[in-house]
Design a protein around this ligand. Sequence first.
Ligand SMILES: C[S@@+](CC[C@H](N)C(=O)[O-])C[C@H]1O[C@@H](n2cnc3c(N)ncnc32)[C@H](O)[C@@H]1O
Length: 229
Amino acid sequence: MHFNVITLFPQMVQQALSYGVIGKAIEAGLLTLSCYNPRDYAENKHNRVDDKPFGGGSGMVMMYDPLLRALDSVKQSGEVGPVVFMSPQGQPMKQADCNRWASKGTLTLLCGRYEGVDQRFIERHVDEEMSIGDYVISGGEMAACVAIDAVGRQVEGVLGSDESATTDSFMGGVLGYPQYTRSEILGQTGVPDVLLSGHHKAIQQWREEQSLSLTKRRRPDLLEGTSEG
Ligand SMILES: C[S@@+](CC[C@H](N)C(=O)[O-])C[C@H]1O[C@@H](n2cnc3c(N)ncnc32)[C@H](O)[C@@H]1O
């Protein structure tokens, strides 16, 4: 799976993705990452990539032309895949979006900064706008890293053989089940007997029940339209 990231802060993205399973997958070449800095495509004296908003108001806006040249460079380098602008104005990003992107093989993510991106670039060149939640962060880089991590986990071989995404929250439309490990007794509290029983079918059934009851309590919205909803 290949990720292109258009960002003013490539190192921020590269470093954030250099840890854990995603870092290992990048090292192994299972995931590849290319960053394109719009500043490298600014054809003006001070390499400016932003300007004041028309109509006045605070802050600066990322200019159309350097972004277009950065995107052209992505196109010249190979596959582009869906072009996704990370934005608080986008649709809330869901596991289903990440699974869908993972099946594409290539994803191009645009990271905004300042007050955002010239609307004409979004209208002409962006396929989807996605938000990581109802709050505003200072730039799209961390949002892009969230997307890359969530998509990357779905790529075959990225999770080690003893890890699996299939029982993760959202994968089966419900939240994950509670996990326990050593010590077996913590003060007065043990672990549910069934987990020590060695009875695999009973353990699986307990986990499914836990997932469902947790989802009913915390995220009933996930069950709407299902037989459990
Ligand atoms: C300071 S924000 C701009 C916010 C914009 N003025 C607004 O009110 O919608 C700068 C950039 O951070 C990114 N960003 C901020 N919040 C985000 C969120 N919840 N999800 C995804 N990206 C976000 C976007 O790329 C955005 O262009």
